[in-house]
Design a protein around this ligand. Structure first.
Ligand SMILES: [Mg+2]
Length: 213
């Protein structure tokens, strides 16, 4: 059995807890990834809600092979600091929410890239605790909650992660945010019990209504 993700550096108070994804939520991902791909002679086309099959050769328009998609994603994560920027109002809204709640970042990324990501987040004063893991998010959120009675919220762009948290931490408020409007329009409905936010102003409103009850 895989070793449990180390969450011991995450210090929580008795306040509400907000667990927040990074890519396409706090930091833009799809827009800078497309720019990165174009710099490498490729492009990302918003044809369906996935990367594979939608990354093409800039000249021929033909989809590139899956292993090249993976290699480009890996290179992008290594170079993320040159490309990724905060989503509009993410920094300001999180700073405001941090006055009322604990904030923890939970990013679905190979842990080997966590150091680069930590430095990038710190550059934008996003100095909240960071967990980087490719494990399912639900059990991790459940461990953070640890049976405490505080209100808590989870924000993510991917329905699989939202559903995982719904399964393992059913009391948690679930908020779906994807900052890239082209891909958001193609996203499947996240399903019952998941609040859809169009931007960080929406997120603040939805989360506040929940944690200030
Ligand atoms: Mg994400």
């Amino acid at each position: 059995m895989a070793e449990l993700l180390d969450i011991s550096h995450v210090r929580l108070t008795k306040r509400p807890l907000i667990v927040c994804d990074i890519d396409e939520v706090v930091l833009e991902f799809l827009t800078p990834f497309r720019d990165f791909l174009r710099s490498r002679g490729h492009d990302l086309l918003p044809r369906s809600f996935r990367l594979h099959g939608n990354i093409v050769h800039l000249n021929s328009g033909e989809a590139i092979a899956d292993d090249l998609v993976s290699a480009l994603q890996e290179e992008f994560f290594l170079r993320q600091a040159e490309w990724q920027m905060p989503a509009e109002l993410a920094v300001e809204t999180l700073a405001e929410l941090a006055g009322e709640a604990d904030i923890v970042f939970l990013t679905a990324m190979p842990p080997r890239h966590a150091t680069v990501r930590r430095a990038l987040l710190d550059r934008f004063s996003l100095d909240y605790p960071l967990l980087a893991s490719e494990e399912a998010k639900g059990p991790i959120v459940k461990r953070l909650q640890a049976g405490r009675a505080v209100p808590f919220a989870f924000i993510d762009d991917i329905w699989r992660n939202l559903h995982s948290v719904r399964e393992h931490a059913p009391d948690c408020l679930l908020v779906n945010l994807m900052v890239n409007a082209d891909f958001r329009a193609l996203a499947p409905d996240p399903g019952e019990g998941i609040s859809k936010a169009g931007d960080w102003t929406d997120v603040a409103q939805i989360v506040r209504a929940h944690i200030s009850r």
